[in-house]
Design a protein around this ligand. Structure first.
Ligand code: ZN
Length: 456
């Protein structure tokens, strides 16, 4: 005879909005139907003993280059979603990489790909936005793709007039625009200073100074101040950029931002040692910048964490051995967000476990219109859950990475805090290094209304 619920998780430390409580979760038809102390939980067909470990809502990765139909040798939905699940990420929000994804037809193709190939739930950023495709904004929002991507620099440069147009459209229709902020003029000029120093990987960072981010962030916030609408700044990496966002927030501009695990772990002085695999945009910054990113995350001036997962075959990295300009820009990360936040954040007392849940699950769910279906442990929400051992230590190796990428920038790091088991809509999809479901379990999650105003 069937038990009252499908699955019960018992004996956990549940990280709820109200605090950490001892107990468990009952799951029926993929959603959370009860949260209670163990002696009040119903019987379930499947019982998962959390063994006093932390039970968190699954992470939502709002910026991950997972499945670009023109670059499937870099990453694709199946290995990408395996890596996500192994990192406690239960919803991937794919970001275009090189191919345009800016029409209902292209969106439908990607929904079909994800439905066939992904084991985690997924949704889509639309881009790259330019002077030709902004009329598509209302139609894409109606289809559940309400996040748009634009650049202030190459290779997808749009001028300030076009950015104004884009933000106006978002202001009228909802959704948000994510802008990659580096000032092209500064990049052009500072790269001339490198002369013959391109054999040193750190030159990549020195040729893209903090000023480039500061000026671009200031400019797009200036635009958002005029147009209204929700502006989201991609992968903030400098203290100057954070300061501009802080000023914008305090003056009432609807601006949010995100930070990547690699900017929270590494710094510029390590680039020559690590080599071309340390190249990404924006680049690694100074130790002071890194410290400021942690501080801004704690203060709520950085709203969410994202992976900006954009690995490549190793050969494309090694092209930069003698000239860093030739290397692919981008690193792995989707399997590392939670590990970095636990190891370098919670376990080093830089942030609390509640702050971790806020920046990695709840705030992304709100920004991407998925809250409260996603991003929180509460009755009625999807049972997207990750069980973590906060004290378990591990050494990071490329062998443990489930991504298509066969290398990792985190190679050799000793970290503390490991995701043990990941559930998507009530079903365990990952446990202890193993994937438990077949590709195609993941479902498209259309973004609903904007709830950023309610953000805590
Ligand atoms: Zn990116």
């Amino acid at each position: 005879m069937n038990k009252p619920v499908d699955t019960v998780i018992t004996n956990g430390k549940l990280v709820l909005e109200s605090g950490i409580v001892q107990g468990g979760i009952g799951i029926k038809n993929g959603t959370i139907c009860i949260i209670a102390t163990d002696n009040h939980l119903p019987q379930g067909d499947r019982v998962i003993d959390a063994k006093q470990k932390l039970v968190l809502p699954g992470l939502i990765d709002g910026h991950a280059h997972i499945h670009d139909r023109g670059m499937l040798d870099h990453e694709e939905f199946t290995p990408g979603s395996f890596a996500a699940a192994a990192g406690g990420v239960t919803t991937i929000i794919d970001m275009p990489l090189v191919s345009q994804m800016d029409t209902p037809t292209l969106l439908q193709e990607k929904i079909d790909d994800g439905s066939r190939l992904s084991i985690t739930d997924f949704s889509f950023n639309v881009g790259m936005m330019n002077e030709f495709n902004y009329p598509v904004i209302p139609e894409m929002i109606a289809r559940g793709a309400a996040a748009f991507k634009a650049f202030t620099c190459e290779p997808f440069y749009t001028n300030t007039g076009v950015l104004t147009r884009l933000l106006s459209e978002v202001s009228v229709n909802g959704g948000h625009i994510t802008v990659h902020c580096e000032d092209q003029g500064v990049l052009d000029e500072f790269s001339k200073d490198m002369k013959n120093e391109w054999d040193a990987p750190v030159s990549h960072s020195l040729s893209r100074p903090n000023l480039a981010e500061q000026l671009a962030v200031r400019q797009v916030i200036g635009i958002a101040e005029q147009t209204g609408g929700h502006l989201h700044i991609a992968h903030i990496s400098t203290r100057e950029g954070v300061r501009e966002i802080e000023k914008g927030k305090l003056s009432g501009v609807m601006v949010t931002t995100e930070v990547c695990p690699h900017h929270l772990v590494f710094h510029r002085d390590e680039m020559n040692r690590i080599g071309p695999r340390s190249k990404m945009n924006p680049p690694l910054r100074s130790k002071q910048d890194r410290a400021e990113l942690w501080s801004a995350l704690l203060r709520g001036m950085i709203d969410i964490t994202v992976s900006d997962h954009a690995p490549s075959p190793i050969e494309k990295k090694e092209l930069g051995k003698d000239d860093i300009r030739q290397a692919w820009s981008g690193v792995d990360g989707i399997q590392m967000i939670l590990r970095v936040l636990l190891s370098e954040g919670v376990n080093k007392a830089r942030i609390s476990i509640q702050k971790l849940v806020q920046v990695a699950s709840k705030n992304p769910a709100k920004i991407f219109g998925l809250y409260p279906k996603k991003g929180v442990l509460q009755v009625g929400s999807d049972a997207d859950i990750v069980i973590v051992d906060q004290t378990k230590e591990e050494k990071i190796t490329s062998d443990m990475m489930l991504s298509k990428c066969d290398w990792t920038i985190y190679e050799g790091l000793k970290m503390k805090g490991v995701p043990l088991m990941t559930l998507v809509r009530g079903l365990p999809v990952y446990e202890d290094g193993k994937i438990l479901v077949k590709p195609g379990y993941g479902q498209y999650q259309p973004m609903g209304g904007r709830t950023i105003e309610e953000e805590a």
